[in-house]
Design a protein around this ligand. Structure first.
Ligand code: AP5
Ligand code: MG
Length: 225
């Protein structure tokens, strides 16, 4: 199964993605292009150095670079049974590129899970987001506090704030999403597209997503039989 987790910055893609991967009956990797780029920046690789100022300003990395990253990642062996993409595609060109790669590799059409959250909620969520510097576990100083201030519950590592979670950068990221990324949704037909209200508790959102995925898994099994 191929899942696209779609939604504006701060809509909960990373949060739901982690839960979904643990839930999936057949193990598939979660691929966050944002996490991949942040790892390149942290390691100061040529790709990290090239993209860090774009990300810090809230813009989008070029389609050519992102498409190459995607192609190379999904050709790895752990993607054979499918994968979940968080934060890709973000432009129409990326969506068309993904279609082409999926067809080439004889992979099924993706299921698009769109987490829809009003912009005013998103800014508040991102300025209060913190994540573990070691395992990436997500926290929020308002809605999901760690047991000990500034320490990850799982491994005790310090929590960090993302560089692009400054209010002015967040506003830029939201503008980019509205202008360039949201319109990509119309690329997907209604039988592949599921809109979910993401302004509810994590638990209810997850329940709705797993209901959809369960139904889709069943439909696909019936179609094969
Ligand atoms: P990326 O890392 O993908 O960032 P993003 O899309 O802006 O999304 P976020 O990671 O900020 O939010 P999220 O939806 O994962 O929410 P989260 O679960 O953390 O991309 C970063 C940058 O990389 C881009 O700006 C771009 O420059 C570049 N890039 C990446 N992919 C690219 C591509 N394909 N093409 C070009 N450029 C690309 O949740 C947020 C907070 O809310 C957390 O604190 C969480 O605890 C809390 N929260 C979550 N759910 C709930 C809930 N239900 N109720 C209350 N709080 C909640
Ligand atoms: Mg994320």
């Amino acid at each position: 199964m191929i899942i696209l987790l779609f939604g504006p910055p701060g809509s909960g893609k990373g949060t739901q993605g982690r839960l979904m991967i643990d839930w999936m009956p057949e193990k598939i990797p979660s691929i966050s292009t944002g996490d991949m780029l942040r790892a390149e920046i942290a390691a100061q690789t040529p790709l990290g150095i090239k993209t860090q100022s774009i990300i810090a300003a809230g813009g989008l990395v070029s389609d050519d670079l992102m498409n190459e990253i995607l192609r190379s990642r999904i050709s790895q062996s752990d993607c054979q049974n499918g994968f979940m993409l968080d934060g890709y595609p973000r432009t129409l060109e990326q969506a068309e590129f993904l279609d082409k790669v999926l067809t080439e590799r004889k992979l099924p059409k993706p299921i698009v899970i769109h987490l829809d959250v009003p912009a005013d909620v998103l800014v508040g969520r991102m300025v209060s987001r913190r994540s573990c510097s070691k395992c990436g576990q997500m926290y929020n100083v308002l809605s999901h506090r760690p047991k000990v201030d500034n320490q990850c519950d799982k491994d005790g590592a310090p929590l960090i704030m993302r560089k692009d979670d400054q209010e002015e950068v967040i506003r830029e990221r939201l503008k980019t999403y509205q202008a360039v990324t949201r319109p990509v949704l119309s690329h997907y037909p209604s039988d592949q597209y599921f809109q979910i209200s993401g302004d509810r508790s994590t638990h209810y959102i997850f329940e709705e997503i797993t209901d959809i995925l369960e139904r889709e898994l069943k439909n696909r099994l019936t179609a094969v039989a």
